[in-house]
Design a protein around this ligand. Sequence first.
Ligand SMILES: [Zn+2]
Length: 122
Amino acid sequence: MTMRDTDRALVQAASAVAKLRCRSAAHTRATAARTADGRVVSGVNVVHVTGGACAEVIAIGAAATQGVGPLETMVTVGDRGRSVLTPCGPCRNLLVDLFPELRVIVGPADDPKVVPVGDLGF
Ligand SMILES: [Zn+2]
């Protein structure tokens, strides 16, 4: 799938959230997701010995909290300038179940691409 201008903007949005909000060991990744009508929601992960929560899950909860959706495109980036990151296995399962038409932006950061969530595997 071709990267659109709105996809590049979504990577920039996630990167901005990571730079601003991922400033401790408790928050190391940021996700930004766009709905079909152009709304953008974001979230950061929560790292904790009890398991915490992935940034993707937090972003999904933020979308539900704000009453927006379904999510059309999603990207996750790491803190401290780390690259675009691929969702973990459990998140892939969750995303396929909730948003089977979701487009996911995956790395590398200097040449990201968009793939259907179902193509990520589990
Ligand atoms: Zn995950």
